[in-house]
Design a protein around this ligand. Structure first.
Ligand code: TRP
Length: 335
């Protein structure tokens, strides 16, 4: 119909300020975010308050880490002119909403979220704080304050979304008077192949097996050379099994099917040795990353511009957030 505008779903996602991002982020998350800039009304948050839930004793790194992370978003093509980037702590309405919603959230619901006990077992009881217990509630506030409908997350976050939906239902039941004051957010699972790190395990900062977006070409090539391959392929002529080879998994991310089919065939026949294969992959990967790294270098030279992107987005979110908070307070019979 002429004049009708398609409703674009509101998408919200965020990352804790973890510093420079790796290829797992690029192929798993950031490429999706680039698409969301086109297909939706997208909000991307630097979750710095969440960083304090586990890292409260080391706050000195968060500012820089947030900046490096946003530079990687920008370098990867996530477009702040077609989406909104913002800083969680710059939107105090999120913290106020957190206080308000905390009144109706049973502690048992928070204790039941699997990341709660799991992370305490992994990281130790120093993180067993009130703030860490409230992590999923704070995450809901991130989403609810912008009325996010879809939340692209990994599988590990699905329990947080399920919790969020329960809290929203409880809020609407208690205060909605038949209306949905808060929106039930839906997870959008990112179905992409896991990116293996240099050791064959999932690429992850905690395994120290990452190729970073920010790495230079020589570092990238050295890391590719160090990658694990099929352990049964010892000599060049031994037949290899591409389907279990991490090097081949990375090939599939950067090359077309015709090229990877040929590589797979030569690996299986033994014609292609791992040394030559890795050298070709390093070149292909560096070529793929070159434009991203060029953009990265430009933004890295101008941290002021990156800060401005965050500030402008944060201002926009605050307007939206103030409206949500007014609605929530009115529903709760504050004035
Ligand atoms: N908890 C998320 C993670 O660790 C980060 C995050 C914070 C987030 N707030 C969010 C993700 C809101 C989606 C929506 O990955």
């Amino acid at each position: 119909m002429i004049g009708s505008r398609q409703h674009k779903p509101r998408v919200m996602s965020g990352m804790r300020p973890t510093g420079r991002l790796h290829l797992g982020h690029l192929f798993g998350v950031l490429h999706q975010w680039v698409e969301f800039c086109e297909s939706s009304d997208a909000y991307f948050e630097v979750a710095d308050l969440h960083a304090y839930t586990t890292g409260y004793a080391h706050p000195e790194q968060f500012r820089e880490a947030g900046l490096e992370m946003v530079i990687d978003w920008l370098a990867s093509g996530v477009d702040p002119a077609r989406s909104t980037f913002y800083l969680q702590s710059g939107v105090p309405e999120i913290s106020e909403l957190h206080t308000l919603l905390s009144m109706i959230v049973p502690v048992s619901w928070l204790e039941r979220v699997p990341t709660y006990k799991g992370q305490i077992e992994a990281l130790g009881s120093e993180i067993a704080t009130y703030g860490f217990l409230g992590y999923p509630l704070l995450q809901l506030c991130d989403i609810a304050i912008v009325r996010g409908e879809r939340v692209p997350v990994g599988r590990d976050q699905v329990a947080h979304l399920e919790f969020s939906r329960e809290v929203v239902r409880r809020f609407n039941f208690l205060y909605g008077d038949g209306n949905a004051v808060l929106v039930e957010p839906q997870p959008t699972l990112s179905e992409f192949p896991e990116v293996p790190g240099t050791d064959g395990r999932k690429m992850s900062k905690s395994y120290d097996n990452c190729i970073l977006i920010a790495d230079d070409e020589a570092t990238t090539s050295a890391k590719v050379r160090s990658m694990l391959t099929d352990p049964q392929k010892i000599r060049r002529n031994d037949p290899g099994r591409p389907e279990i080879c991490p090097v081949f998994a990375v090939w599939k991310l950067v090359a077309q099917a015709a090229a990877t089919d040929a590589i797979a065939a030569e690996c299986r026949s033994g014609a292609l040795g791992c040394v030559a294969d890795k050298s070709a992959l390093a070149d292909a990967l560096n070529a793929f990353l070159a434009p991203i790294r060029q953009r990265r270098a430009l933004y890295a030279q101008d941290p002021g511009a990156v800060e401005r992107v965050l500030l402008e987005g944060t201002e926009r979110v605050r307007e939206l957030a103030a409206q949500t908070l007014r609605d929530v307070k009115a529903a709760m019979r504050f004035r």
